[in-house]
Design a protein around this ligand. Structure first.
Ligand code: ADP
Ligand code: MG
Length: 308
């Protein structure tokens, strides 16, 4: 998944359980990565404009859910963003600033409404030649949920699943205190945080952040990050540096962190607030922080300001 995955089991931490968890995560990667030629997603993309492709149930579910988030975010989240992702290459070895013409051509291919789902056949068809799915904004969340299922079934009482910052807090710690999760300080080393989220352990919660400061490239002093605005084809520039979303299901938090980020603060906050059991933390490039009503957040870095 192009990231570090860490699973911490607080009890029943035997190697059999760990193996099951990581095998399941690897299985998800093999089905959904665009960097693996034999994945279902690569097969769908290769058949774009040609024919529907039968896919694994998991893949079908994740694409369906991605389309749902495209719908409710007015296309800010769009799983057909693949042509833009490969054009910019920001997460690869050779990122570059494309020409306006290239971006306009890629934009013609991006439209989640041209993804055709057949529930009976469990098949997916991209209507136009050159279209390409990219589940980078949602697949890690699903993989984290699947890992958690295994953990639950194994009877583990407390665990942290961390797939590259896509976090699930399962059950509770031995001392039963609430979970504490740091909100990453932008543009510093991983592990430095601006404040602490207190997360209730009454039920599983997932905490997922989309930020501009980890995957980007720099050209002529300007940073270009990996969260694209499908309405213009460029990285979304809206004053946000990160959005953290807290929900019970990690796939939802993952898709929403990307969707809310690309939507920008006002639309994004309205979207988050319209959904049940969904909270969000917004960090801005002027060092202000805003949180939705149900968030228990303690600011610890005094160079940031908690605003209304
Ligand atoms: P990360 O995976 O870096 O933790 P995200 O969950 O926000 O962060 O996902 C970013 C990835 O989502 C990008 O690398 C790209 O693959 C994909 N993506 C970029 N822009 C969009 C978008 N507007 N809608 C859906 N997916 C996107
Ligand atoms: Mg995401």
């Amino acid at each position: 998944m192009g990231t570090v995955c860490t699973v911490t089991l607080f009890d029943k931490a035997d190697s059999n359980t760990y193996n099951k968890i990581f095998n399941r995560i690897r299985e998800m990667e093999n089905l959904m990565s665009v960097n693996i030629e034999t994945s279902d997603i690569s097969r769908i993309n290769a058949a774009a404009g040609i024919s529907p492709v039968n896919v694994h149930e998991d893949v079908f579910k994740v694409i369906e859910s991605a389309i749902h988030y495209a719908q409710i975010s007015d296309g800010a989240f769009d799983p057909s963003v693949g042509p833009l992702v490969s054009l910019w290459g920001i997460t690869g070895d050779n990122p570059r600033l494309p020409s306006r013409k290239e971006i306009e051509e890629a934009l013609l291919l991006i439209n989640w409404q041209d993804i055709e789902m057949n529930a009976q056949e469990k098949s997916v068809f991209l209507k136009n030649n050159g279209m390409a799915l990219d589940l980078g904004g949602i697949a890690k969340g699903y993989a984290a949920d699947e890992a958690t299922l295994i953990i639950k079934n194994a009877g583990v009482k407390g665990a942290i699943i961390d797939l590259g910052g896509n976090i699930i807090l399962h059950g509770e710690k031995k001392d039963r205190s609430p979970w504490r999760v740091g909100v990453q300080k932008p543009n510093t080393n991983r592990g430095e945080y601006i404040g602490i989220l207190n997360i209730s352990n009454r039920r599983n919660q997932s905490v997922v952040t989309s930020g501009v400061y980890e995957r980007y490239f720099e050209k002529d002093g300007k940073k270009y990050h990996h969260l694209f605005d499908p309405s213009c084809g460029y990285p979304a520039e809206n004053g946000l540096v990160s959005v953290t979303v807290i929900t019970p299901v990690s796939m939802d938090a993952d898709a929403l962190s990307t969707a809310v980020f690309v939507s920008g603060y006002e639309k994004g906050r309205t979207l988050a607030e319209s959904l049940p059991e969904t909270e969000a933390v917004f960090v801005f490039d002027d060092s202000t922080v805003r949180v939705t009503a149900g968030v228990n957040f303690t600011l610890t870095d005094k160079s940031f300001i908690l605003a209304d």
